[in-house]
Design a protein around this ligand. Structure first.
Ligand code: AHR
Length: 538
């Protein structure tokens, strides 16, 4: 039995979210209503939520972004096809060089003449690291792509001193030992790195130099102070828990945050989504868990701010996120000391793309807390693109990220959804639609990003904007399919690609249909003329 309830609040269309349940009967078409209000915003969408992450891991760097001698590479050894594939992702920042790799990395091995750089045994992934790509090559690559660097320092086996020397190498103009070394190495202008991660996943026993939270807090505080001493304009990110599965989740974060609060700007969150039980309805409700994690951090940040009686804000940097569970463990994660072996090369399907879209929806909806997010990773290693020596393949997850990054600008509007729920197994009954919305108040133009997570039912949705009329809509962007496991490969690169769908406008309201397992992105214009608003008594 479908039940729909509205509770009228102060203004028309100002409903609380009430869902009505549907049975799992394929083909039923319950209606959904998406209501937006230009005055109900969680703030400006920070475009840094579309950042990426590049680690010395498997074929991410070597054979990925850097492939000297390959005819597809430019004269710096950068793969041109990779550069071209990265640009539509519009990543404002790319985090580097790890990840687990950074926790035993000496950045000094990776600068200066290449023939005198040492080959090192990498503890994290059991590979041989040739160090022919290092800090300066990464900076050059960022410039060529049109992105900015977000550096991580080694707080596993590294020291605060070495971390601050890296800041001096990168950001100090000249006239000191490390800045002059950078100049000698061919970079007269500072790299001007603004964002710095203080270590990586230091709560994890797998991490080189893993320590208890209290010890990490000391390390982060000391390194951060020295680093900001060299360049007070930088912002720092402390390493939060490596996931909500960790025994010390939130407690680790609380200890680290309370100790470093006055000197840091962000705390990191990480999540890799898994469908290990091959349960598509359950997996497609992953957005519920992503929202929960952000809510956990929102609460923690408020709590620490309160006990500190502080007026400053610390924000969330969700600087590793993606789907990752198939290419894990064993030979996926340990390289047998080879150089650039095939490690954690996850192949992405349609259901993964729907989960990726839900990460982005959650970041947009929580724009007041999530200021940075880094897709982990960008090439070959759990990545939206794969390379071989002859070319490049776009995975399913590439497409929604491109579309979102292009259109999610301006304010994040809080969507109020009235619509069906579906049975997500152990996750219970979950709203079928997961939605975010962006809005440019200066032009009245906006975009609605909607995922229909129900594997069995389509839904027709209306989009209305309080106090405004929708005047026009472009054809919608659609990604869907019958098979949640469909994926692209070298033989069939276009099994999971976007198409278009109709978005019609009638009486100031947009209408669209979302097939089962679909992402629809609808762009529309609104009139600036206010509609007559009935009084609360009506
Ligand atoms: O992105 C792959 C790995 O996942 C990173 O090195 C680490 O930080 C996380 O556990």
């Amino acid at each position: 039995m479908a039940v729909t309830k509205f509770r009228t609040l102060k203004s028309p269309g100002d409903f609380i979210a009430v869902s009505h349940k549907t049975r799992q009967t394929r083909g039923r078409m319950p209606n959904s209503r998406i209501t937006l209000d230009p005055d109900r915003t969680t703030g400006k969408i920070d475009n840094r939520i579309f950042s990426g992450f590049l680690e010395h891991l498997g074929r991410a760097i070597y054979d990925g972004v850097y492939d000297p001698g390959n005819p597809l590479s430019d004269d710096q050894g950068f793969r041109r096809d990779v550069l071209d594939a990265m640009r539509p992702l519009r990543m404002p920042f790319v985090r580097y060089p790890g990840g687990n790799f950074v926790s035993n990395y000496d950045w000094k091995d990776g600068v200066g003449p290449k023939d005198s750089r040492p080959v090192r045994a990498d503890f994290a992934w059991q590979t041989s690291e040739p160090n022919t790509f290092g800090t300066d090559e990464f900076m050059d690559w960022c410039k060529t792509v049109g992105t900015d660097p977000m550096m991580a320092v080694n707080l596993g086996t590294g020291t605060a001193k070495s971390a601050s020397e890296l800041v001096e190498y990168c950001n100090h103009p000249s006239g000191t030992y490390w800045s002059d070394l950078r100049r000698t190495n061919g970079h007269s202008d500072p790299h001007d790195v603004k964002l710095w991660c203080l270590g990586n996943e230091m709560d994890g026993p797998w991490q080189a130099g893993h320590v208890p939270a209290s010890e990490y807090a000391l390390r982060a505080e000391q390194a951060g102070k020295l680093m900001k001493g060299v360049d007070p304009s930088i912002e720092t990110i402390i390493a939060g828990s490596s996931g909500n599965h960790m025994p010390e989740y939130m407690e680790w974060d609380r200890v680290a945050l309370e100790y470093t609060w006055d000197h840091v700007d962000y705390i990191s969150a990480h999540r890799y989504s898994r469908n290990e039980n091959d349960d598509t309805p359950w997996f497609l409700a992953e957005g519920v868990e992503i929202d929960r994690i952000i809510e956990d951090y929102r609460s923690l940040l408020g709590y620490v701010r309160a006990v500190k009686k502080s007026s400053k804000q610390v924000y969330l940097s969700f600087d590793e996120w993606n789907v990752w569970y198939r290419a894990r463990g064993g030979s996926h994660s340990k390289g047998g000391w080879a150089q650039a072996p095939h490690l954690i090369e996850e192949v992405y399907n349609l259901e993964d793309a729907l989960v990726v879209a839900q990460y982005l929806n959650s970041f947009i909806r929580n724009a007041d807390v999530v200021k940075i997010a880094c897709l982990a990773q960008i090439v070959n290693v759990i990545a939206p693109v794969l390379t071989n020596s002859d070319g490049l393949l776009f995975q399913s997850i590439y497409h929604p990220i491109v579309r979102y990054a292009e259109l999610a600008t301006g304010d994040s509007l809080t969507p109020v959804i009235d619509g069906p729920e579906y049975d997500a197994g152990e996750r219970g009954s979950v709203p079928s639609l997961d939605v975010s919305a962006s809005y440019e108040s200066s032009t009245g133009e906006g975009a609605v990003f909607a995922v229909n997570r129900d594997p069995g039912n389509s839904t027709t949705a209306t989009v209305s904007v309080n106090g405004r009329s929708v005047t026009n809509a472009d054809p919608g962007w659609l990604m869907t399919g019958d098979d949640p496991k469909a994926f692209n490969d070298w033989a069939a690169a276009d099994r999971v690609v976007p198409s278009t769908c109709t978005v019609s406008v009638e009486d100031g309201v947009a209408h669209m249909e979302l097939p089962p397992m679909s992402i629809v992105v609808a762009t529309m214009g609104t009139s600036t003329a206010l509609m007559m608003a009935p009084s609360a008594a009506d």
